[in-house]
Design a protein around this ligand. Structure first.
Ligand code: 13P
Length: 250
């Protein structure tokens, strides 16, 4: 049975002080949570260490929103996997559509980062998702399949079993337009079938697939009840403790 995973992607929001307040509130609200779902907070780099320290005595995990693939070197402005594990960061979001769109990240680069995450025992959350134009052209499933195939190059079945894939349709991110549960399920199922074709059935059954894109307390239960959806990657609604906790309890 796959354990569902709810991750909050705070994107470029929160000062260190705000991150501490938000983390404390989430921690308090989850004090008696039974841990049925795995919970991960992904603050900006400047708050990662503070958040990791605050949740160190809880079951809440901490993730970065990006990283470089080298352990160290002359890469001005970058943060390495080693630096992340050093502060207790156990997850990393890779290939988010905003990184692909605004920072030119390619499948080849994202694949290098994915390999580096495994080499450093960091659990990756690999994002895939189509644009509105691709959906309207009927290219959603073929595009996602191509993105996954490229992203998973040289990644072993054992590694895939131990990672998270996040399906985030670009048209549903920050727009208030959630994919319907049926639309999300259709693509998450196709992702699982793609993993089965690239690897085997056991790997496809093990990999966890999240949906992301305007998830909130009011639609979480419907989305999370789908057979092939194993969690949510939450943006806007993860910035308010009540909203985020409502999703976890959804
Ligand atoms: O991009 C997302 C999470 O990574 C989704 O963002 P929203 O929940 O704000 O739509």
């Amino acid at each position: 049975m796959r354990r569902q995973i709810i991750a909050g992607n705070w994107k470029m929001h929160t000062t260190r002080a705000e991150a501490i307040v938000l983390t404390e509130a989430i921690k308090q609200a989850l004090a008696s949570y039974d841990g049925e779902r795995e919970v991960v907070l992904c603050p900006p780099f400047t708050s990662l260490s503070a958040v990791a320290d605050l949740v160190g005595d809880t079951a809440i995990g901490v993730g970065a929103q990006n990283m470089h693939y080298e352990s160290a070197g002359a890469f001005t402005g970058e943060v390495s996997p080693l630096m992340l594990t050093d502060i207790g960061c156990e997850y990393v979001i890779l290939g988010h559509s905003e990184r692909r769109q605004y920072f030119g990240e390619t499948d080849v680069l994202i694949n290098k980062k994915l390999q580096a995450a495994f080499a450093n025992a960091i659990m990756p959350i690999l994002c895939v998702g189509e644009s509105l134009a691709q959906r309207e052209a009927g290219e959603t499933l073929s595009f996602i399949k191509a993105q996954l195939t490229a992203g998973l190059t040289q990644i072993t079945a054992a590694q895939v079993s131990n990672m998270v894939i996040a399906y985030e349709p670009i048209w549903a991110i920050g727009t208030g337009k959630t994919a319907t549960a049926a639309q999300a399920e259709e693509v998450c199922k196709a992702i699982r079938q793609t993993v089965a074709a690239l690897y085997d059935t056991a790997t496809a059954e093990a990999v966890r697939i999240q949906y992301g894109g305007s998830v909130k307390g009011s639609n979480a239960a419907d989305i999370l009840s789908q057979a092939n959806i194993d969690g949510a990657l939450v943006g806007g609604a993860s910035l308010k403790s009540e909203d985020f906790v409502a999703i976890i309890n959804g």
